[in-house]
Ligand binder design. Sequence first.
Ligand code: PGA
Length: 258
Amino acid sequence: MSDRKPMMAGNWKMHHTHLEAIQVVQKLGFRLESKDFDRVDVVICPAFTALRSVQTTIDGDRLAIGLGAQDCHWEKQGAFTGEVSPLMLAKLNVKYVIVGHSERREMFGETDEIVAKKLRAVLGAGMTPIICVGETLDEREHGTTEEKVKGQIEAAFQRLPAEEAARCIVAYEPIWAIGTGHNATPDDANETIGVIRRHVRVGLGDALADGLRILYGGSVKPGNVAALMAMPEIDGGLVGGASLDPDEFARVVQFGAR
Ligand code: PGA
């Protein structure tokens, strides 16, 4: 058993208006008890339009929920129509930013270079990046999973000072498991996360690798979370669909507790 505190981060993607978001967070607050927050770091990543409402709800109800964003630009400001800067997010009390989610890589052309720039910008603004890596079904079937995730990790961490790398969180999300209802088996997820941790160990040393939280994402739900969390390498979940409903997400957060 490691002493890394588990984290459950809800990635709402393009769901929930700001009004719906307030209700979901309030209900989540009713469902969770202080002992849940003691055991697990709980994070919600709503759409940009709901960040402010979620932040005031968290503050108003004194909830120990961390606020996260799903993406950001790498510049502080400028002529980037439609973009949101890390500085703007930090001012809203955003603590976490998902970077390099496979949906952004696949649908919005985010390369490893862009992901690396965003990662540095998020760290520079004092927030914690949640860096997503993972293989496609094709890559898994061709046996190149290890190579893919190692490459993504290397590109993200390249020339990053160790004290900055130590502030990052990684999410291993096999693309074929996202939104499909078919999660990776706990053994497979544990194995690939072990590969990532060993790779970080080689590059950045024992202390950093032992302290780095690596989440699993891809169809995490109340019915499979306990088995995933029983694995020694898995430090939490990046949860999409099952985080939209407060009861379901509360059951994910309370994994193994009852
Ligand atoms: P899912 O999404 O839980 O709906 O599979 C996870 C994610 O994309 O972060």
